[in-house]
Ligand binder design. Structure first.
Ligand code: SF4
Length: 459
């Protein structure tokens, strides 16, 4: 088992005053070696924290006692969220996007996790097939809530077959337990045509209203297919199939609203785009609990772009909002934003093929249709991959080279993780200077507010 390693010390913090440094290993905290950052956070919360610290190249461990105000952050970041071992997924879903990645990408991208701790910490979805009695006890006693659960189908046979794991047939019993114990859970259903659409989807969503009626939200998202998929049974929805899924989801969502007095079941934005239907307004999405899963993201973006105000707390909720030992690197990293010296020049906005219609609608609502949008085709992943977050430097470079003249390029930060694209390149490696902005309607609005309206037609 490994122990937490300090990756950052806040100046003037209790840890700084006690002489802790980057690279120090926290061998024990109050006599225990924490398994993960959740346990670590509980251990350092008190007024007195006794540490055994191992410093690189120092022959002896040393004891450090830190006295601080109870609840005051220690002032360190540690290098990982899980110190024992991430629980990897033992399912083999036909629709898994990790199996559809091209070869040769960063090793961490191929990691399949199915760890309830990462669900609590980062909002990763877990199928609960590796969940145990002990895990349930910990989640319930420590109130590790909310959690995010992949449902896919409530029919045991269909679920086991989709996960290619017999435990998939029974692991939703843990969802019953969690909901009964008052744990907040958000669900997801990935719809694969001819597998869990139609009657299977209808039964699944009805079960989400009845047996799992306490679910806080359920996101229904379409299967994504890259050109690297080797699964002969997996295929994209046709427009008619997408519209049928949307009709079904909306009808059951309405029934849920009548039954429980709240709307909890949502189709993702992709379904509206695939069906050529307008996005629902923001008010439809209640608390926008699954924005990062594409639920109401278009509505939020359009609302922000037209009002200029950013939605509070919808994007980054959860545990890491409150702790100072937040180490998101390697799982879900903070994104970078760069500024520009060309702030009054009209920008050319780079986006994915699915992002383009939303961006164009935002510009229409802002009366800024003179601003050019370049919808970049994703050839790196290929297939039906159209979301902006999966654009790579290779595709962006091709799109930039295909255009004329010197432009002020602007790119949303959703494509970057720690300043890096999924293909491992950085913004500096693109063939032109590119400005990176936050992926919000408010950021777009702020950017365009500095650009005088030009009377000329769009390029
Ligand atoms: S559970 Fe998730 S990570 Fe595991 S195989 Fe299925 S889709 Fe992939």
């Amino acid at each position: 088992m490994s122990a937490p390693v300090i990756s950052e010390v806040a100046e003037g913090s209790p840890a700084d005053r006690a002489g802790l440094s980057v690279g120090d290993v926290l061998v024990t905290v109050n006599g225990l070696t924490p398994l993960d950052v959740i346990e670590y956070q509980q251990l350092v919360d008190g007024a007195v924290v006794d540490l055994v610290v191992r410093r690189p190249r120092s022959p002896l461990d040393r004891r450090v006692r830190i006295e601080k105000v109870e609840g005051e952050p220690l002032g360190v970041r540690v290098d990982s969220a899980v110190f024992d071992k991430i629980r990897t997924c033992d399912n083999h879903c036909e629709f898994c996007f990790i199996y559809q990645l091209p070869k040769g990408m960063r090793k961490s991208l191929y990691l399949k996790d199915d760890d309830y701790r990462l669900s609590f910490l980062y909002g990763n979805f877990t199928t609960l097939t590796r969940f145990t009695e002990l895990d349930a006890e910990r989640v319930i006693t420590e109130r590790l809530s909310p959690l995010y659960v992949s449902i896919h189908a409530t029919d045991p046979e269909v679920r086991a077959s989709m996960l290619r794991n017999q435990r998939g047939a029974t692991s939703l019993r843990w969802l019953d337990v969690l909901l009964t114990e008052g744990i907040e859970v958000h669900g997801q259903v990935v719809v694969c045509p001819d597998v869990n659409d139609g009657d299977v989807l209808e039964q699944t969503l009805l079960d989400c209203l009845d047996r799992f009626g306490a679910l806080s939200s359920v996101a229904v998202v379409p299967l994504g297919i890259s050109a690297h998929s080797n699964e002969p049974n997996m295929r994209a929805h046709s427009t008619a199939e997408a519209a049928a899924v949307l009709d079904l989801v909306e009808a059951i969502s309405d029934a849920g609203l009548r039954l429980h007095g709240r709307r909890a079941i949502f189709a993702s934005d992709e379904y509206y785009l695939m069906s050529n239907r307008p996005a629902r307004p923001l008010g439809y999405y209640a608390d926008v609990d699954q924005l990062e899963n594409g639920i109401g993201m278009a509505a939020a973006f359009l609302d922000e772009a037209t009002t200029g105000s950013q939605l509070d707390g919808a994007r980054h909720s959860g545990f890491f909002q409150a702790v100072d030992a937040a180490p998101p690197w390697g799982y879900r990293a903070e994104r970078s934003a760069l500024s520009s010296s060309r702030s009054t020049e009209p920008p050319t906005l780079l986006t994915g093929e699915l992002g383009a219609p939303i961006l164009l609608e935002a510009l229409r609502r802002m009366d800024r249709t003179e601003i050019e949008v370049v919808a970049v085709e994703n050839r790196f992943f290929g297939g039906t991959t159209g979301v902006t977050g999966l654009l790579t430097a290779a595709d962006l470079s091709r799109a930039i080279r295909a255009t004329d003249g010197d432009r002020r390029w602007v790119l949303p930060d959703v494509c970057l993780n720690e300043g890096m694209f999924l293909d491992g390149s950085t913004v500096d490696e693109l063939p032109a200077a590119v400005e990176v902005v936050a992926t919000t309607g408010a950021a777009l609005r702020a950017l365009l507010d500095q650009v005088p309206v030009s009377q000329g037609a769009s390029r």
